[in-house]
Design a protein. Structure first.
Length: 200
């Protein structure tokens, strides 16, 4: 019990640091006009995605980990899982955008000076980051790709054809991404992890 309590306090502290740290960066970038540069705009986008992860994803993940159940309903379960994909992918692609920005600054300083002066390019990069992330997060929310699974594995045995809400209402479930779509798994992994890893 003491070990579990200590771990929960530790994770809660990390979560608090994530929220407060990113909130401080957001405030500084917004309040200091000298920091309103193209590069810092991408940093702002990264910080925003990490801040939202700390507010909307981590607290519920920690709660579920220690309670071994999901008490926030099916709608928030699907929303939470989709937001997790959206914000995690956005963080990765923001890092990719920053890596590209720094690469151009070092390798092509003259060309970089012309590119960085264009706010349109920065807006395009940030828009692309969030659109790519949304393309992975929205389909599962609008479909049955995600389900609430029963912790005792009774749901799949007793309700193989049941819909999402019925399964959750009958059994105490955990909010876990479960999908039978191999295509989505491969596509999501490729876009979210493999492609950025190769490009970086």
């Amino acid at each position: 019990m003491s070990a579990s309590l200590g771990l929960s306090i530790f994770l809660g502290t990390i979560n608090l640091l994530v929220v407060c740290g990113n909130l401080a960066v957001l405030y500084i970038v917004i309040s200091q006009k000298s920091l309103h540069t193209s590069t810092n705009t991408i940093v702002f986008s990264l910080t925003l995605s990490d801040f939202l992860l700390g507010c909307l994803i981590l607290p519920f993940s920690i709660t579920q980990e220690f309670s071994n159940s999901w008490a926030f309903g099916t709608l928030w379960c699907k929303s939470w899982l989709s937001l997790d994909i959206l914000l995690s992918t956005a963080s990765i692609y923001n890092l990719l955008a920053i890596s590209f920005d720094r690469y151009m600054a070092v390798k092509q300083p003259i060309k970089y000076g012309r590119l960085i002066s264009s706010s349109r390019l920065t807006k395009f990069n940030i828009s692309a980051v969030w659109l790519i992330s949304a393309s992975l997060a929205v389909p599962p929310f609008l479909s049955d790709l995600f389900m609430v699974t029963a912790s005792n594995e009774q749901m799949n045995d007793a309700l193989p054809e049941a819909n999402y809400s019925e399964a959750f209402l009958q059994f105490e479930g955990t909010c876990t991404p479960v999908t039978n779509s191999d295509f989505y798994i491969l596509f999501s992994a490729t876009i979210s992890f493999i492609l950025p890893m190769i490009l970086m």
